[in-house]
Design a protein. Structure first.
Length: 212
């Protein structure tokens, strides 16, 4: 279902500057309509964020593609995602051959998405907890992707990134963020690129925003 819509979405992403062929291939094959509430499934291939309940969203496909491309991944890389949400970003990474570890703080979203991963046969290590402290057990990670926006870059995530690994994380205030793309050169030494004008839901936690 929706093959034509997925092809059109890939065309849109190419026009907007996404070049990574592995990312585009994954967008072509992952059925985004299965990751949104049934009532809005027919809109799933528009290049927009969409509500998934509990005030949260599935990220815009362009944002998912841009962040994934920015990670500059080799197949088989170990990736930590903070903010599982719908599971779409994690599914894109699995399709690209990554080992994915993902953390969601909302227990209802976590339970729904875990079931979806099982039903779809997606191999993802998922955990329900506060993600700004990371997931030390499986560190270091070749890539870390944070899909909610916070005020700073959490220290534990910096520590849990492998040397030469990359982290993409939106940082700013609650209304808008700059996407930071960090490369870890050495322990405590990061090269940082910045891409302005992104809008994510808030990262809530110890090194994020307070819950309101
Ligand atoms: N990657 C998701 C985007 C989901 S929106 C997707 O592809 O659909 C961001 C998610 O981050 C929300 O589900 C929110 O509950 C979660 N979140 C916010 N702060 C968090 C934290 N500190 N740890 C883990 N998850 C968090």
């Amino acid at each position: 279902m929706f093959e034509k819509e997925r092809e059109a979405l890939v065309e849109t992403l190419i026009q907007k500057g996404i070049k990574d062929r592995e990312v585009l291939k994954a967008v072509l094959s992952v059925e985004r309509h299965l990751f949104v509430p049934g009532a809005i499934a027919s809109h799933a291939y528009k290049d927009t964020a969409m509500p998934i309940g509990y005030g949260q969203t599935i990220s815009q496909p362009y944002t998912v593609a841009f962040m994934t491309q920015a990670l500059n991944l080799k197949p088989g890389s170990k990736i930590l995602e903070i903010g599982t949400g719908s599971g779409y970003q994690a599914a894109i990474l699995v399709k690209m051959g990554m080992k994915v570890y993902t953390i969601e703080r909302n227990d209802k979203i976590y339970a729904t998405t875990l079931k979806l991963f099982e039903n779809m046969g997606l191999r993802v290590a998922a955990r329900c907890s506060e993600g700004t402290i990371g997931w030390d057990e499986f560190a270091p990670y070749d890539g870390i992707i944070v899909t909610a926006g916070g005020p700073t870059i959490p220290n534990n995530l910096k520590k849990q990134l492998a040397i030469n690994g990359r982290m993409v994380i939106p940082v700013g205030d609650k209304s808008g963020q700059t996407l930071y793309i960090l490369t870890k050169i050495a322990e405590n030494d990061f090269q940082i690129e910045e891409e302005p004008n992104f809008a994510f839901v808030p990262l809530i936690g110890r090194e994020g925003w307070k819950e309101t």
